[in-house]
Each structure stands twice: as C-alpha cells, then as structure tokens.
Design a protein around this ligand. Structure first.
Ligand code: GLU
Length: 434
C-alpha cells in the first residue's frame, strides 16, 4: 500500500496527511486501481465525490430554546445507479469522514453487484442527549433541508450509527409530505431500513450481522476454522455488534470479551450474547453487566480469541492496538476500523484481515431488497430475504477470493479490485459525457 501521497491525490491538490481517513481510504482504493490498470481519468473521477452537500438548520428543543445543526450528504458516485448509503447521527460527524464512508459505499454496492451508487450523510449530534421529540424535529428539518437532493430514483438514505428504523420512518414521512401528488403514497422508497409495518424489509435489522456470518461461512474453512467453538471478541455492541454476536453464538461461537463507549467486560467461559443485548438495550452500554468481569480497554484488545470484530467507529484499530490484538481473523463489522499502518502489522503477524466492504455489505444488500420490494409493491418473507442475501454474499466472497489469487494481494485490495472492475466496465460502456 502507498506510503506517501498517491500521484492522483497529488494532482488533485491534496497535502499528505497519514492520519486523514479520506486519504487512507482513497489511497487503498487507488492502489487497487493501479493493479487493475484502471485508466487515469477514472482514478481521478473516483478520487473525489461528485457532490458534497452541507446544510445548517435550526431545531426547537423541548425547553423552547433553538439549536443550529450541521448536516451532510456526500454523493460519491452514481455510475451504477442511484446514490445509496446511511445517515449517521454522531457528535464526531465531519465532512472528511462522511466523504470516506461515501467512497466505501460505492465500493460496497459495486462489489455486491447492486444497481446502486455510493453516498453517505449525517448530522453532527449526540442522539443520546436528545429526546425522541427533538430527534423527530431534527430529522424532519434535516430531510427538508436536503430537499430534492434525495429521492427514490436519485439518492436513497438508510440507517447508520445513531439512526434506526424510526428515524427512517420520519425521513420517509417528511419526504412524502412534500412529494408531488403521484409520489405521496409510493415515496417511501426514498429511504430503506424502515419499520416492516411501513414498507421495511423483514430481516433488515439483523442484515449486517447476518451478512458477516455468511462471509465467515465462506472464508473460515480455508483458514482451518469453523464457527462451532470459535472464540471471539467485539468492539461495539450496537446494531452490527450485537446482531453479529447473537447470530454467531447461535452457530456455536463463544463471546469472550466486549467493549463499547461505556467500558469493557470479559468472561472466558462465554458471555450470553442475547442477555447482553437486552442489558445494553436497557442501560445503554456493556458496563456493569453482572455476568462478566469488568476489564480495561487494552485488556479487551489483547484477550486471546480466534475472531476479533471491530464494530464501532473508524480508525479504532491503530498501530498500538494492532500489536495488542491476539486473534487469527479480524473481520471488519464497522466501516474503516483498521488504519493502513495497523493493517500492515496485522498482516505481518499472520492475521487474516477481512475488509468492511465485504464483511458489512449485508446491510446495504437487504436495503436493496427493500427498495426493490417498495418499487414493485411486493413483500418478501424472511426466508426469501435470507436466501437472497446468502446468494449475494457468497458470490461477492468468491469475487474477492478470485481477485486475491489473481493479483496475489491482500483481501482488502482484492475486494477493491473486484469492485473497481465492475465500475470500470460500466464507465467504458457509458463513456464520459459529452
Ligand atoms: N449504513 C450501512 C452501511 O454503511 C447501510 C447503508 C444502506 O443500507 O444503504 O453499509
């Protein structure tokens, strides 16, 4: 992987910063593009998003004061179809991170061969500090501020960190209230991840975790491992972390250690993943869970396990933590949790690093199913959703394995190669206008 500023980024006027998430992400993508000999002009196009939308909007708080919020929607690429990607509510949301995550969405949708492009958005807000009413007003104002920048044929948001099915219901309802008469009743396809009662897809909640389980089904046997008796630790116990833990536990894996923003816990005999999910739902975090021992953050990273799953924020696994982690496989549940320097250390230490665009693509894949059902006025049963998801994930895992073999490269580069090949083909066919 490039040690310094990639030539394309230099040409675009970037100043080298090894800690910048956007540069890290694009460097890795461009490294794959070079292996693939993707034409220079396509590398330039992909190195910047098409649109970066920033909005400011006021929201009335419950005590009748007003606060001004900053929201983003970055639309990276739509050569494959409408822009697609989550909306994040978190106090650290900033333009560079949202840009990076939008690139990953383009790569993810392409790797999964979905007819969708890549986008990401969010609001700089700590949702834990706001009432449901405040979050509703914020979501409705944010959706209104975005206006026609989103739409069922143009850009389709979904849940991400800090947002959920309720947030999506508010977004869809707001959009439908402003839509032209024809779209007032069918406009719910503007977002995915809605509640099942309001056009949501069965299984969307667990989809990212389910996809990760299917990836492991495909990759673990080659590494001489199986889910039965596999020991694991997790960083983050939100939607992705808790579903992954529960689904893996159902398949016989043993959860040894978990860490989130409230603290870290360990129990070598195994933590009950469902009981912990119920506890976190009630208390807001893993700290104080009575059936495990509280440990320090470093102890959580260094707990010996077969499988380590970062399922929280970006860049959490840095060089220091890469040296502490004691696992055979690291599967990225979160987007971009491993820095390039940390990845080099892990690979040198013989750890198999399974990249985010493969591991967590289950979420957007089931989002695609939801969008498809909304547009065709259909409702799939849970078995159909699972079977279709499995098919998509298996095919993507095959593409990654094939690319790793063909280019003798690591799995992340291979996943980007498999994604870029598809994007490159479509650009060649469509050409650059005019
Ligand atoms: N936020 C999820 C992701 O990062 C899902 C996006 C979607 O469903 O559009 O992949």
């Amino acid at each position: 992987m490039a040690e310094n500023l990639n030539g394309v980024l230099h040409e675009l006027g970037f100043r080298y910063d090894p800690n910048d998430l956007y540069q890290q992400t694009i460097n890795a993508v461009l490294h794959a593009a070079e292996l693939l000999e993707l034409p220079h002009h396509l590398q330039l196009i992909l190195a910047q998003p098409k649109n970066e939308i920033m909005v400011h909007f006021p929201v009335r708080m419950d005590d009748n004061t007003y606060r001004l919020f900053k929201g983003y929607r970055v639309q990276h690429n739509n050569i494959l179809g409408p822009y697609k990607g989550g909306m994040r509510y978190h106090q650290t949301v900033n333009l560079d991170d949202i840009k990076s995550l939008s690139v990953l969405m383009t790569m993810k949708c392409s790797l999964m061969r979905l007819p969708l492009g890549g986008a990401k958005g969010g609001v700089q807000v700590d949702p834990r500090r706001h009432s449901s009413d405040e979050l509703m007003r914020l979501t409705r104002r944010f959706t209104t501020a975005l206006g026609t920048n989103i739409g069922p044929n143009h850009d389709i948001p979904a849940p991400d960190m800090g947002t959920n099915a309720q947030t999506m219901a508010w977004m869809a309802d707001t959009y439908m209230n402003f839509a032209e008469p024809n779209a007032r009743t069918t406009g719910q396809a503007v977002v995915t991840g809605k509640p099942p009662e309001f056009g949501g897809c069965l299984g969307r909640d667990k989809a990212t975790g389910q996809g990760l389980v299917y990836v492991l089904d495909e990759i673990l046997p080659e590494l001489g491992l199986s889910l039965k008796g596999l020991t694991m630790s997790l960083i983050g116990y939100g939607n992705v972390g808790s579903w992954t833990a529960r689904l893996l536990a159902e398949r016989g894996a043993i959860l040894r250690a978990v860490m989130d923003h409230t603290g870290a816990i360990r129990e070598d005999a195994g933590i009950n993943a469902s009981a912990l999910a119920t506890y976190v739902e009630k208390t807001g975090g893993v700290a104080g869970y009575p059936q495990a021992t509280p440990i320090g953050i470093d102890d959580c990273y260094s707990t010996p396990v077969d499988l380590f799953i970062p399922a929280a924020l970006e860049q959490m696994v840095d060089e220091n933590r890469a040296r502490m982690i004691n696992c055979k496989v690291l599967a990225e549940g979160a987007n971009a949790p491993t820095t390039p320097a940390a990845e080099r250390i892990l690979l040198e230490r013989g750890v198999a690093v399974l990249p985010a665009i493969l591991c967590n693509a289950g979420g957007v894949t089931v989002s695609y199913f939801e969008w498809k059902q909304n547009r065709q006025a259909e409702t799939w049963d849970a078995e159909t959703v699972d079977a279709q998801l499995k098919k998509h994930v298996f095919a993507a895992a095959q593409r990654v394995k094939l690319a790793a073999h063909r280019f003798e490269c690591d799995m992340r580069t291979a996943a980007y190669v498999a994604a870029l090949e598809n994007v490159g083909r479509v650009y060649r066919l469509r050409g650059i206008f005019p």
